[in-house]
Every structure is written in C-alpha cells, then in structure tokens.
Ligand binder design. Structure first.
Ligand SMILES: [Zn+2]
Ligand SMILES: [Zn+2]
Length: 243
C-alpha cells in the first residue's frame, strides 16, 4: 500500500487518507484529509460569512450534479425519508407550529392577494369553501364541491327556486343554499341544495321551510329536489360505467 507523509501533522499515512486532487503530481492533496478538515473547519469558524459565500458559489456551480444526486438519494431512500419526516413531525410539534406560523405571517399580504384573484376567477369554488367552513363551524360534515354546484345551478335553470328570477333587485347572482337548514344540523347534499336569490334566501333564513313557505311551494320544491337527486345519481352511475 502506497504511503505518504503529511507536512502539516508530520505523520506518514496510507494514500487513502489524502483527498484526491487533480492538480498535484501524485493525484492527492498535499495535506492529509484530517488536517484539511481541521483547516477548513477553522476557516469556516473564523469567517462564517465568507464560508457561506463560498458554499453558495460552489452549490450554484454544481447545481445540476447536486440536484441529480439528491433526486437519486430521495428515490433510493424514499421509505426511510417518509418515516423520518413522520417521526420528526410527531416528536417536534412545537417547532413545526412555530415554522408554520412564521411562514404564514411572512406571506400574509401575498396570500390575501392570491385569494382575491382566485375567488374572482373561480367564484363557485370560493363559495363552496365558505360553505364548508360554515358547516365545519357547526360540526356538520359537508362534501359539496364545485361539480355539485354546477349541477344544481343547471337543474334550477339558473332561476330562483322560490320566485323564479335570475337575479335579485340589486343585481346579485343566485346562491346555492340548504333547503333544510344547516342550523338544525342538515348538511348540504344534492338532496338538500336549492338555488335561491338573495331576498328569498334572506326570507327563509335558517328556518325550516314549513315555517316560511306555503304547502304548494314546499311540494313543488321537494319534488324538484327528488328529481335533482335521481338525475345526479343517474349521472354518477353513467360516469362510473364509462370510466
Ligand atoms: Zn496531516
Ligand atoms: Zn327569489
């Protein structure tokens, strides 16, 4: 086995103990690996700012190699990494809460802007999220998304279930709401979703239909709800069969 003497610690060591270096005659660094490590540790400690710059520069220079390496590493150690993350989350709940809060507070303006834009582009999803939040606050589990909303709007022909208008007096569009009220614990489902204008919805409030509307209206709407439900179920079945 080839040996070499390190001029710094003055110990003769096996050649494997010296880092590879293409710029030297024997292809190995002059100092031994241990001396090099101590030297670089001291240099980092003496000038941490400079060390950071050097590290960043080198990371940038070798970014493709680093990325490929970490991609490969994640692929090979996939299960261990997932287990490690889960374990970390379980044992460090406070650190995670602090980190999440910091991230949330750092981007609060940006998030607000983004939400505004998103709601403008996808009003139906925004309304669905509001409904979900209201239901959750009352302990009712609701699963009524934008697909369901679009179906209900089409079923009522984009007209108010009570008065038949397409907009209220102030030009506001119609909203999907519970026929049997959320306040009494009824979730929004295809069986319980009606399209109403703001004034009819306000008139109904959070009351049972029976305490606000006449029998004919209730009958008509509940028949339409039955039809809505069977049409929805039929559609679900069809998509199941075609997929
Ligand atoms: Zn040495
Ligand atoms: Zn109305």
């Amino acid at each position: 086995m080839r040996k070499k003497r390190c001029p710094h610690c003055r110990i003769t060591k096996s050649i494997d103990m010296f880092y590879r270096n293409r710029n030297t005659a024997d292809g190995r660094s002059v100092w031994c690996g241990q001396c090099k490590r101590i030297e670089s540790y001291n240099r980092r400690r003496k000038d941490p700012e400079m060390a950071k710059i050097i590290h960043r520069r080198s990371a940038y220079k070798h970014r493709d190699k680093r990325r490929a390496y970490s991609r490969e590493y994640r692929k090979v150690n996939h299960d261990e990494l997932i287990a490690y993350t889960a374990e970390y989350r379980r044992t460090h709940p406070e650190e995670i809460a602090i980190r999440n809060a910091a991230q949330y507070n750092a981007n609060i303006e940006q998030r607000r802007e983004y939400r505004k834009l998103y709601r403008a582009l996808k009003p139906e999803i925004g309304r669905a999220n509001d409904r979900k939040r209201r239901a959750r606050a009352r302990g009712v589990k609701e699963c009524f998304g934008s697909k369901e909303s679009a179906f209900v709007r089409a079923h009522w022909n984009n007209e108010c279930a009570i008065c038949g208008k397409t907009r209220d007096e102030e030009g506001r569009t119609l909203a999907i709401d519970h026929w049997y009220p959320l306040s009494k614990g009824y979730a929004l489902t295809i069986k319980n979703a009606v399209l109403m204008c703001h004034s009819c919805n306000a008139r109904k409030g959070d009351q049972y239909p029976i305490s606000r509307f006449d029998y004919q209206t209730i009958n008509r709407i509940e028949q339409a709800l039955d039809m809505q439900n069977s049409a929805w179920e039929k559609m679900q079945l069809c998509s199941l069969l075609t997929n």
